[in-house]
Design a protein around this ligand. Structure first.
Ligand code: IVH
Length: 667
C-alpha cells in the first residue's frame, strides 16, 4: 500500500459511514443493508487498529469509549437556555398572538409550529465541525457536561456535513433528547426482568439514561436527539427559523418533520387537533406544540423576559391523568410465568381511551406505591397508551382494604408459585394454560408473526377448548375447529386460517421475536437475525458468539442459550419449522423502488398492510408510517384521512391501490 493508502481509505470509509448514518438516522432513508454497513464499519475499525495514530475523536468508531465518570462537570451554555411560556387554554394562546401582533404593528406574524417533544433539553457545541461538548439544560445558564454519553447517540453526528453548506467555526445548537415509546416499554421490561425499578415515563427514561456515569451503559439505551434551534453561531447568520432549520438539516442534524408555517391562531388550532388525533400513533411522546415567530428580527423586537422568550409559546395537551378507584387487585399470569398484580379500576376516560386496568408490575411495586383494594389513585397514560397507577390519593376517614398478598398457587394451573427476585413465577411453563395463552398471543403479535385475529380472547379460547396444546398446533387448525368456538363464524374462521397460512412464511426476526425468548425484544430479534442469518445458526450459538451482537450482553446471552437448551423449546421449534418457511436474511435489493419511501393510508382491499409493505421492500423501497416532504409516494385506500390530506397539501404523488399494483406489474 502507498504511504497514504490507509489514510485515504480511512477517510473514505469515514465519509461513507457518516453518509449512511445521516441517511439512516437523520433522513430516515437508508440506502444500504445493515450487513453492508457492518462491513464498512469493520473495515474501518481494522484499519484504525492497525494504524492507531490515524484515529480521530470524530471517527464513527469513537462513539463509545469514554471512561467511567465520577461526576458530571458543570459547564456554561453559549447562550441562556430559556424555557417556554405555556398553557393548555386556547385563550392564553390567543392572548400570546395579540401581544405579538401589537408588537409587530402593521406586519402579519409568520409562525413556525411543530410538535413539542417530551424529552430533555440539550445543548450541542460543534467547533470546526466536530462535536466538542454536550450539556443538559441545568438551571438555564449552566448545565451538566454529558458529552461522553451524547457521543453514543447515533442521531447526533460527531462531525457536521459540509457538502451542502460551509461549516461555521463555532456552532451551538439546542435540541431534545428522547426515547421512543416502544423502546421505552422494552427498556422497562428489561429493567424489570433484572429486578430493577422501571421508569415512570419515556421522558424519565431519557433523563435517567443521559445521566448515566457509565457511557457504555448510556450507549445501550435507545436515546435519540432532535434539534430545533441555534443558540450561538460564528461565521454564519440567519434571518429566519426556516433558514435555521434548513441549515441544521444541511449539516446533518435531525430536525422535526412536522413543521408548518401559518399566520393565524385558527390554523394553529387546526394543527393542534391534527397532531392530537395522531398522538397515539406517533412513535414518541409529545406534550403539545410549540409556536414560534419565524422572522428573527421580529423575535428581537419582542425580546425575552428573564425566563422565557416573548416570541414563542407552548400550547400543551391536557394531562393524561385521572383519578379513579381500585376495585380489586388481581393476579395475572403472563407468557413467561411471571405473576403480575393488576389493578382493576372503575373505568375512567383518559385522553379518549377508557382505562379500567393497569399493571402494578410486581409485589415490591405494590408495596412501594402502597396501594390496596378500594384506594383512590391517580392513573396516567404513559408511553403511547399503557396506563399506569401513579400514586395513591389519601382520603380522610376512608376505611382501607387489606394489604395485597400474592397468591400462593398459580391462579391458572394451581402449581405452587416460586419467588424469583421481586417476581413471583409459575414454574409450570409448559403445562400452564395462562402461559400458553400468552405465548400464542405474543407469537401472533404485530412484531411477531403479525397474525390478524389472533388476539388475547382467541388465544384463550383455543387453549381452553384444547385445540392448541402447544404453539405448533396453531398450524394444524382447520376452519371446522374454529367455527365451534364462541364468536367465530365461517368467514372469521377462514380468515384466521388464511392469516396463519400467510404467516407461516415469515422473516427470521419475526420468528425470533414471536418465540418469546426471554429478553429478546423486536430490536434484539432484528440484530440477531441480521448477524446470524438463519435460525439454525442462532440456536447453535454459544454465549460467546451471541455477545458478538451489539446490544446483547451476558445476561441476555445466557437467557437465549438457556431458552434453546430447554427440551420443550427445542421440540416446539422443530415442530414449528416443519410448518414454516423462514425467509433468508438478505440485503435489501437495490430494486426498482430503491430509495423510494411509500406511505400507505386508508383501507386496502386486495392486500394486507404487511403484504403491501413486503412488496415495496422486496423491490428495494421502504415504507414509513407518516407523510413528510421526504415521502415519495402515497398509496391511498378506502376512506383515507389526514395523511391523504397532508400528502395533497405537500403536493406528493398519490396512487390508488390499483395504480400501485399496476406500477408493480401485478394488475
Ligand atoms: S423551542 C427558548 N421547540 O420544551 C426556548 N422547544 O417546556 C426555545 N421543547 O425547554 C424552545 N420540543 O426543551 C422548542 N420543538 C420544540 C421543542 C421544545 C420540546 C422543550 C424545550 C423547552 C421546553 C419548554
Amino acid at each position: 500500500m502507498k504511504p497514504d493508502g490507509p489514510r485515504a481509505r480511512i477517510d473514505e470509509l469515514r465519509r461513507l459511514i457518516r453518509r449512511h448514518d445521516r441517511l439512516y438516522y437523520a433522513d430516515d432513508k437508508p440506502e444500504v443493508s445493515d450487513a453492508d454497513y457492518d462491513r464498512l464499519f469493520s473495515e474501518l475499525r481494522a484499519l484504525e487498529e492497525a494504524h492507531p495514530a490515524l484515529i480521530t475523536p470524530d471517527s464513527p468508531t469513537q462513539r463509545v469509549g469514554g471512561a467511567l465518570l465520577e461526576r458530571f462537570e458543570s459547564v456554561e451554555h453559549a447562550a441562556p437556555m430559556l424555557s417556554l411560556d405555556s398553557d393548555q387554554d386556547p385563550d392564553a394562546l390567543r392572548r400570546f398572538d395579540e401581544r405579538v401582533r401589537k408588537a409587530l404593528g402593521e406586519r402579519t406574524p409568520r409562525y413556525v409550529i411543530e410538535p413539542k417533544l417530551d424529552g430533555l433539553s440539550l445543548e450541542l457545541v460543534y467547533e470546526k465541525g466536530s462535536l466538542v461538548r454536550a450539556s443538559t439544560r441545568g438551571d438555564g445558564s449552566r448545565g451538566e457536561d454529558v458529552t461522553a454519553n451524547v457521543r453514543t447517540i447515533r442521531t447526533v453526528p460527531l462531525r457536521l456535513f459540509e457538502a451542502d453548506r460551509p461549516i461555521p467555526p463555532v456552532l451551538s445548537v439546542r435540541g431534545e433528547v428522547i426515547i421512543r415509546s416502544r423502546e421505552f416499554a422494552e427498556l422497562n421490561e428489561r429493567l424489570m426482568n433484572e429486578g430493577r425499578e422501571p421508569f415512570a415515563n419515556p421522558r424519565n427514561s431519557a433523563a435517567g439514561s443521559l445521566r448515566q456515569l457509565d457511557p457504555e451503559l448510556a450507549a445501550s439505551r435507545p436515546l435519540e436527539a432532535f434539534v430545533y434551534d441555534v443558540l450561538h453561531v460564528e461565521g454564519a447568520s440567519f434571518t429566519s427559523q426556516t433558514e435555521v432549520r434548513q441549515a441544521l438539516a444541511d449539516w446533518g442534524l435531525r430536525v422535526s418533520e412536522r413543521v408548518r408555517i401559518v399566520s393565524d391562531i385558527d390554523a394553529v388550532l387546526d394543527y393542534f387537533s391534527e397532531i392530537d388525533a395522531e398522538r397515539d400513533d406517533l412513535p414518541y411522546e409529545i406534550d403539545g406544540i410549540v409556536i414560534k415567530l419565524d422572522d428573527l428580527s421580529d423575535r428581537e423586537r419582542l425580546g425575552t423576559t428573564s425566563r422565557h422568550p416573548r416570541w414563542a409559546f407552548a400550547f400543551k395537551f391536557a394531562p393524561r391523568a385521572e383519578v379513579t378507584r381500585i376495585l380489586t387487585i388481581a393476579a395475572s399470569v403472563g407468557r413467561t410465568g411471571v405473576v403480575t398484580p393488576v389493578a382493576l379500576m372503575e373505568p375512567v376516560h383518559i385522553g379518549g381511551v377508557t382505562v379500567s386496568r393497569a399493571s402494578l408490575h410486581n409485589r415490591e411495586e405494590v408495596a412501594r406505591k402502597e396501594v390496596r383494594e378500594g384506594d383512590l389513585v391517580r392513573v396516567q397514560r404513559a408511553g403511547d397508551v399503557i396506563p399506569q397507577v401513579v400514586e395513591r390519593i389519601e382520603e380522610d376517614g376512608h376505611e382501607r382494604g387489606p394489604e395485597f398478598q400474592m397468591p400462593v398457587n398459580c391462579p391458572s394451573c394451581g402449581t405452587d408459585l416460586v419467588d424469583r427476585g421481586p417476581f413471583t413465577v409459575c414454574p409450570n411453563s409448559f403445562g400452564c394454560a395462562a402461559q400458553l395463552t400468552g405465548r400464542i398471543q405474543h407469537f401472533g403479535s404485530r412484531q411477531g408473526l403479525d397474525v390478524e385475529g389472533l388476539g388475547e380472547e382467541t388465544a384463550r379460547l383455543l387453549v381452553a377448548e384444547g385445540l392448541v396444546k402447544r404453539l405448533p398446533d396453531l398450524f394444524s387448525l382447520t376452519t371446522d375447529d374454529l367455527v365451534q368456538l364462541e364468536g367465530f363464524a365461517e368467514l372469521s374462521a377462514s380468515n384466521l386460517i388464511s392469516a396463519l397460512g400467510q404467516a407461516s412464511r415469515t422473516e427470521l426476526r419475526r420468528l425470533l421475536y414471536g418465540l418469546g425468548i426471554p429478553e429478546v425484544g423486536a430490536a434484539v430479534a432484528r440484530d440477531l437475525a441480521t448477524h446470524f442469518g438463519t435460525i439454525e445458526a442462532i440456536r447453535a450459538a454459544d454465549a460467546d458468539a451471541l455477545i458478538e451482537v451489539p446490544g446483547v450482553g451476558n445476561v441476555m446471552a445466557d437467557r437465549i442459550t438457556g431458552f434453546f437448551a430447554e427440551p420443550h423449546n427445542r421440540d416446539n421449534l422443530d415442530a414449528l419449522l416443519v410448518h414454516m418457511t423462514i425467509e433468508e436474511v438478505t440485503a435489501p435489493q437495490s430494486g426498482e423502488l430503491s430509495g423510494k419511501t411509500f406511505v400507505f393510508t386508508g383501507g386496502l382491499r386486495g392486500l394486507s398492510r404487511p403484504e403491501a409493505k413486503s412488496l415495496v421492500e422486496a423491490r428495494g423501497g421502504r415504507v414509513s408510517g407518516s407523510v413528510s416532504p421526504r415521502t415519495d409516494l402515497v398509496v391511498a385506500g378506502d376512506s383515507a384521512g389526514s395523511k391523504l390530506e397532508k400528502a395533497q397539501t405537500l403536493g406528493l404523488e398519490i396512487l390508488s391501490e390499483e395504480e400501485f399494483l399496476r406500477m408493480l406489474g401485478m394488475d
